[in-house]
Design a protein around this ligand. Structure first.
Ligand code: KET
Length: 458
């Protein structure tokens, strides 16, 4: 503080006096912080110097807008109405709308306590036992790519951190390539590629007329992209639409990607949450691997193991040779080291204990089925309530066709605003609601809110 006060740039103090007349009036009120210093400094006859304390070197920093997804939770917290409902972030809640820690996670943590493991740094690439089981979970333990040493797996800071690491890798080694992302997609994909300076464009995905997949548009846009583009695909449970290609469509997508020499880049944040089965939800990735394609897969344990705040996930790169795989790993480590040095250990140990232990693994699958089942139940109840209450004849059956944590309601921004402002239902402005944050008992209320907003707001 002292050095700041003693070396004010003269121009800056003048600016402060002009820009902050309110702070001048704080003199003598006895408030803490800068005005305290102001009083003391005034007594010492050094008023002009102390004023510089009020001048921020960060004057030029503008206020960033709230995050379109995590900002919704912040707004929800600030609402005092009893009816409020947080359907913004994709985080699983119990029927009582409470956060849920899986029993297998508690068991794994108890085991970890019993073992009394230390807190030494992990290697840059993360916990070996975690990397092994996470690749096996994604590709299948008996997949030849694993046996041939062609998969490189680096533990990342959950799905987001893993995507970001891969984006930095793309920028460094494929500076001429661009990424293709679905329209719409999870909002953070654009931020990730922007921050990593990877140019991107969108491919058609959602057709509002059919409230389904625009398959023709998707194929045409992937075909039209420059050869060797990175095509970002949601491995399952597309966010925000909840619409996935069928197995037949996946095959055609793989054909086009192969033809065009593109590199598939899967984001798998919901393995187990789409169908309730870990293997079924890995179908798309395993299909592409079977075709002999080189590809990237970002994985997250936020949703399927409920480890949101542990920040645990991975980036896998399937290469055509073990040698390429080793070189790719060395470069991913090189990028990670100056960014965050090495990843956190707690979540990695939980995953290694659950996925690596046959008993806990079996228990996890059951718990996941239950979570996925609860979401399917509220999906059905919401549809039932909407169709019973809405007498306009509108067809709400698209809700039943969507899968995963979300429903893409088709509500526009003004209608979504009304959901929040009038009904205290917090959701993202693209019309997405997280069914994981909904209970059976709130379905009727939500249906009333949706019907009112849909029919009465243009
Ligand atoms: N990919 C997708 C498609 C995704 O929806 C999320 C999270 C992530 C990756 C990353 O999650 P992580 O916790 O970094 O492993 N989506 C939810 C939360 C968020 O926006 O951060 C959401 O859409 O609500």
């Amino acid at each position: 503080m002292a050095s700041l006060a003693l070396s004010p740039p003269p121009a800056a103090s003048a600016v402060a006096l002009r820009r902050n007349p309110k702070q001048r009036s704080l003199v003598g009120i006895g408030k803490r912080s800068s005005s305290d210093l102001f009083v003391k400094e005034k007594a010492l006859g050094r008023v002009s110097m102390s004023v510089a304390v009020n001048v921020s070197r960060f004057e030029g920093v503008t206020m960033a807008p709230p995050d379109p997804i995590l900002g919704v939770s912040e707004a929800y917290k600030a609402d005092t109405d009893n009816l409020k409902l947080n359907l913004g972030v994709g985080a699983y809640r119990t029927e009582e709308l409470q956060p849920y820690v899986l029993n297998v996670v508690k068991k794994a943590e108890n085991l970890m306590l019993e073992k009394g493991e230390n807190k030494e740094y992990l290697p840059i690439e993360g916990l070996a036992a975690f990397n092994k089981v996470t690749a096996e979970l994604m590709f299948g333990a008996d997949n030849p790519v694993i046996q041939q040493g062609r998969v490189t797996t680096v533990q990342g800071l959950s799905g987001t951190g893993s995507l970001r690491l891969a984006a930095a890798f793309i920028q460094r080694y494929f500076p001429e390539s661009k990424a293709l992302i679905s329209s719409p997609t999870w909002g953070n994909h654009k931020n990730i590629f922007n921050d990593a300076r990877v140019p991107w464009s969108e491919y058609r995905y959602y057709d509002p007329r059919t409230v389904g997949l625009d398959f023709e548009g998707m194929i045409a846009d992937i075909k039209a992209a420059p050869d060797g583009s990175f095509v970002l695909l949601h491995g399952c449970a597309h966010n925000p639409t909840g619409i996935d290609p069928t197995p037949e469509q996946w095959k055609k997508i793989a054909d086009v990607i192969q033809e065009k020499n593109h590199i598939p880049f899967f984001d798998v944040a919901y393995q187990g949450f789409a169908s309730g089965s870990l293997d079924e939800d890995a179908y798309s990735v395993r299909l592409f691997v079977e075709r002999g394609l080189e590809l990237l897969v970002a994985q997250s344990y936020s949703k399927n193991l409920g480890l949101y705040a542990e920040r645990i996930g991975a980036i896998n790169v399937v290469c055509s040779s073990p040698d390429a795989s080793a070189r790719v790993k060395s470069q991913l480590k090189r990028i990670a080291r100056p960014m965050y040095s090495n990843p956190p250990v707690h979540g990695a140990r939980i995953v290694a204990n659950v996925v690596g232990d046959p008993t806990l693994f079996g228990e996890w699958k059951k718990e996941m089925e239950q979570m996925a089942g609860r979401i399917k139940n509220v999906r059905q109840r919401l549809y039932d309530s909407l169709s019973q209450k809405d007498t306009s004849g509108k067809d709400w059956s698209f809700i039943l066709k969507q899968i995963g944590m979300f429903s893409f309601t088709g509500l526009n921004k003004a209608q979504s605003d009304s959901m929040t402002d009038k009904w205290h239902v917090y959701m993202t402005k693209d019309g997405r609601i997280s069914l994981a944050g909904l209970s059976l008992s709130k379905c009727e209320y939500l249906a009333d809110a949706i019907i009112d907003s849909f029919h009465n707001i243009s």
